[in-house]
Design a binder for this molecule. Sequence first.
Ligand SMILES: [Zn+2]
Length: 265
Amino acid sequence: MKVHHLNCGTMHPVYGPECVCHVLLVETNNGLVLIDTGFGIDDCADPKGRVGPVRFVTRPVFESTEAPAHQLDRMGFRRDDVRHIVLTHLDTDHVGGAADFPNAQIHVTSAEAVAAFASPTRAEKVRYGRQHWVKDRDVVEHDPKGEAWRGFAAAKELVDIASGIVLISLPGHSRGHACIAVDAGHRWVLHCGDAFYHYGSLDGTHVPRTLWAMETAVAFDRKKMGDNHARLSELYNQAEPGLCIAPAHDLKLYERAKATAEPSN
Ligand SMILES: [Zn+2]
């Protein structure tokens, strides 16, 4: 499948490096699929209402030209051709752009849907309180287990969307966080969402303190967050040429993924 790498939300965290919201646009035989969505048009129009106080920490530019809907328009795609949106989790900077594709099914893990809507903790009520519009959407919940993918025990190939899109349960950042692997033909792209913020968590180099503090503060389970870093670091350091690992917010890994994608990207 052809995979396009989009930045749908430049951010300038306080004292931190520039960050992106890395979104995959996948061309399948079953229409277009988005993996995460960054910020949408409504978020850019109403940051206070849609994103809330966290914007003072992450400091998104809220430029609507970066919204996935506008990027698809410029690329010559029809918004209605986006049939499915697969989300790593339901934080605003991952789900916001889904509002611009009202006919697309939204796919998340069951654990994330429970955390956001069915039985949130007090902290999760704050975390997901502005995303309640998602409940009115066609949400498909998945419970990945039993189909191992490269050593990750809890995975599920989403064959009803397209073969070659695999949802991998990796809780830690949020209760039902997932990574999503996509078969791009010449390689697999592993979109890690917020399983790690900065490449330093994988290659052992310095992680900017601001990012480390943000990641730790928001983590649902810090022990699992650390375990996920270790597991992904192991995979990253194997340096498989057929595997591209990138999280949602790391500028360097986003640019590398984009530069090494198929030439017509
Ligand atoms: Zn995020």
